[in-house]
Design a protein around this ligand. Structure first.
Ligand code: SAM
Length: 341
């Protein structure tokens, strides 16, 4: 073992039973969860993610599915990644989705999941079922069709709901992510919770994050809803108690006895940075060690190299990426819409 100011190098076994080195920092944080953004483009332009008048477009030089898959394979070995979440932009709109999904399911990972706005779940149901994926998260901020259009500025609600139903019918476990916004959908919190509890879906409330255009200006302070406010609102209808969540979970979890669970990703009220195990790979080949830092390292050029050359170079990049991890979320100008949260 070798130690210096940023962390410790130790060993573990990866999915393919190879002994691998992994980098651990002084807080015990190491990378285990990889989020891969397949494209920066999106078919929505949610008000809190995209500034007025803008659309999310593909990044320049986005990598093909084969390169991103090679990247995942190398990161399994160089970082000890055992969970992958496919995200975007919107992952279901890119033609590389099918190849990437089918490929990543073959890598022996402990868990593969997907975050989507759900608009193309029906269109992609065959490949989703064929892949064997067990769970996915659908982002849905309201059950009101008009309000849906005002927030998402793209897509339509009935198509998303039909997609959710089809996935559940196929035995795929669903979580719904909702971002409560004081000026737009606070009165959707209880209807969405009812909808989820009735269908055995876990609802995750995501506290609004100061990212992109929200970092400056009035929208964040107007729209931010804290965990305390949310819990007070839910308590008007349900009795609940805090329950266990995995060590590196971003969500605080609650049980409504006899009815189900919900969670809150409380970036501001109860930050989880000290247990963060996330690493992000963008569609154009950059690694991001922290959602609250714009610092990134280009690794797309390593994916063509033979393994013995790529692995040591990736490991030194991972040392920098781990050192980028902050102790608290401080807001960030660009990252979320490019690398999927
Ligand atoms: N298009 C996919 C989707 O809609 O799930 C994946 C990308 S989207 C950026 C991932 C998640 O980030 C969504 O649940 C979205 O609501 C959330 N998100 C985006 N901007 C956010 C912000 N400023 N604060 C909190 N959550 C945000």
């Amino acid at each position: 073992m070798q130690e210096d100011w940023y962390g410790t190098l130790c060993h573990t076994w990866c999915a393919k039973s190879r002994l691998i080195q992994m980098i651990v920092d002084r807080l015990g944080r190491r990378f285990r969860n990889l989020r891969v953004s397949l494209t920066a483009a999106c078919n929505y332009a949610c008000t809190y993610c995209v500034a007025d008048g803008k659309r999310l477009m593909k990044a320049q030089n986005e990598l093909p599915a084969t390169d991103l898959l090679r990247g995942v394979e190398l990161l399994i070995e160089s970082a000890g990644i055992d969970k992958v979440r496919i995200t975007g932009g919107e992952p279901l709109i890119t033609p590389k989705f099918d190849d990437f999904l089918l490929g990543v399911m073959q890598l022996g990972l402990r868990d593969v999941s997907l975050t989507t706005n759900g608009q193309r779940l029906l269109a992609k149901q065959d490949v989703l079922i064929e892949s064997g994926i067990r769970r996915l998260n659908v982002s849905l901020d309201t059950l009101n069709p008009l309000r849906f259009k005002q927030i998402a500025r793209g897509g339509d609600l009935p198509t998303v709901l039909a997609g959710i139903e089809a996935m559940q019918a196929a035995g795929i476990r669903i979580k719904i992510n909702m971002v409560p916004l004081r000026s737009k959908n606070l009165d959707d919190v209880l209807p969405l919770l009812d909808y989820c509890l009735e269908r055995d879906i876990e609802l995750r409330f995501i506290e609004l994050m100061r990212m992109g255009h929200l970092l400056h200006g009035d929208q964040f302070p107007v729209d931010f809803v804290s965990m305390g406010t949310l819990l007070d609102l839910i308590a008007e209808r349900y009795a609940f108690e805090r329950t266990d969540a995995p060590y590196d979970s971003t969500a605080v979890r609650y049980e409504i006895p006899g009815a189900g669970h919900f969670g809150i990703i409380a970036n501001e009220s109860e930050p989880f940075c000290s247990a963060c195990t996330r690493l992000r790979l963008s569609s154009d080949g950059y690694l991001y060690g922290c959602l609250s830092s714009a610092r990134r390292q280009y690794v797309g050029d390593l994916f063509d190299l033979p393994r013995h050359e790529a692995l040591p170079r990736l490991q030194s990049t991972l040392v920098s990426a781990l050192a980028d991890k902050k102790l608290a979320f401080q807001g960030e100008v660009t990252v979320m819409k490019l690398i999927g949260g």
